[in-house]
Design a protein around this ligand. Sequence first.
Ligand SMILES: *[C@@H]1O[C@H](CO)[C@@H](O)[C@H](O)[C@H]1NC(C)=O
Ligand SMILES: *[C@@H]1O[C@H](CO)[C@@H](O)[C@H](O)[C@H]1NC(C)=O
Ligand SMILES: *[C@@H]1O[C@H](CO)[C@@H](O)[C@H](O)[C@H]1NC(C)=O
Ligand SMILES: CC(=O)N[C@H]1CO[C@H](CO)[C@@H](O)[C@@H]1O
Length: 423
Amino acid sequence: MGSVSLKIGDGTARFKRASLCSSAVNILMIFCVITTNLFALYAFTSSPKNNNNNLLHHVHKNISLVSEQVSLILREIDLSQKKLAQMEKEILGYESIDLSRPNIANELKIFLLRHQLPLWKDSRTGITEMVASVGHSCDKASDLLSQFMSYKVSGNCPDDWSLAQKLILKGCEPLPRRRCFAKTVPKVGLFPFPISLWKSVGNNNKSVNWSGLNCKSFECLKGKKLSRDCIGCFDLVSGYENLRFVKAKSKNDFLVDDVLALGGSGGIRIGFDIGGGSGSFAARMAEKNVTVITNSLNVDAPFSEFIAARGLFPIYLSLDHRFPFYDNVFDLIHASSALDVGGKPEKLEFLMFDIDRVLRAGGLFWLDNFFCASEEKKQTLTRLIERFGYKKLKWVVGEKVDSVGSGKSEVVLSAVLQKPVRG
Ligand SMILES: *[C@@H]1O[C@H](CO)[C@@H](O)[C@H](O)[C@H]1NC(C)=O
Ligand SMILES: *[C@@H]1O[C@H](CO)[C@@H](O)[C@H](O)[C@H]1NC(C)=O
Ligand SMILES: *[C@@H]1O[C@H](CO)[C@@H](O)[C@H](O)[C@H]1NC(C)=O
Ligand SMILES: CC(=O)N[C@H]1CO[C@H](CO)[C@@H](O)[C@@H]1O
């Protein structure tokens, strides 16, 4: 999801065209004003005739003529207003977001305004103006977007994270910035690192704003199956969560020590966990001095707050967003069923290529208990993975009793793959 029409280089042309256009509109406006006044002068100063009938006739005729002229002028004004709106659009450069609509928040217009660089042009990049970044799909949800951008400047932001998340899930990502103070929630009872890893604020219900969530306490979340990768994942004390990655329940569960031992030269130092639930993978890795960033949205639970409270790094972003990391940076990428984005196979390909991009050569891709709904799904995924030419360090296809409780057994794939050096 990129920003809207970054048209480097043609910014100045736009402005020139806009100002030409603007003088045309000005002339048109002046013409309208003069004609209106002339007609008014004419109608009020022309000498009355003695003949009453004649006079009435003439007046009638004159009035219809004047009204005809007035409607003509109104049409012209309407036309020039439309032209102005078009110009505003062009100046802002957001062709797809119709900023002339009456319900567009002013803050949104201000945010989207392009900013000329102080020295006109950056000699290294050739860029002449800064363009605010906002997802192009925001256009399709412009009512919600305008609602998001309606707030008091320098005041407190509305409590609307669920609205923001709704926009992100509709593809409006990145969201525009805002000039208001996000609500502060007191984080009392944070533990120091590394105690925080397995003893988060998780008991203090007040450390989270539960508005918009079904559960209103951590107690409630503990027993919940929120997804395939988060079955009671908020319970760090009892249950399986604190055993994951150190104690296998099936042959598809690899252990961190075993996987870390596979890391080649330089070893594993930084990693990225996709759809990482409550952050337990990052916690286990932190114990091994590996820094892992955990990607999660707050669907049905305060994942981001919880991960942060554990002293881990949450990143709030949907899987449709190009990962905000440079190429070849991670030693390890961990992902599980969250990867299953559904839809056409190409959808998964886009994601896999982005994973490949941010993983360094020699780095490891750990596919952890990926749920294969069908044999076909498994084959599609296998073929896709093989196309990348990764070295299969571990590859285990297993069956598991359905983790989300249907009782049926399901096929899962676990693998550790090493990215090759490509020519
Ligand atoms: C959080 O809420 C649950 C359920 O309402 C309650 O049992 C628990 O005592 C609360 N915890 C704290 C620390 O207030
Ligand atoms: C949580 O959100 C509600 C609005 O939904 C707001 O009224 C309330 O003040 C918020 N609570 C905290 C602790 O910020
Ligand atoms: C992690 O780093 C600390 C400080 O350098 C060191 O004392 C500790 O042994 C390391 N732990 C592991 C598992 O490598
Ligand atoms: C254009 C036109 O019809 N003008 C008439 C307006 O009315 C006056 C009398 O009030 C006539 O003299 C004009 O000919």
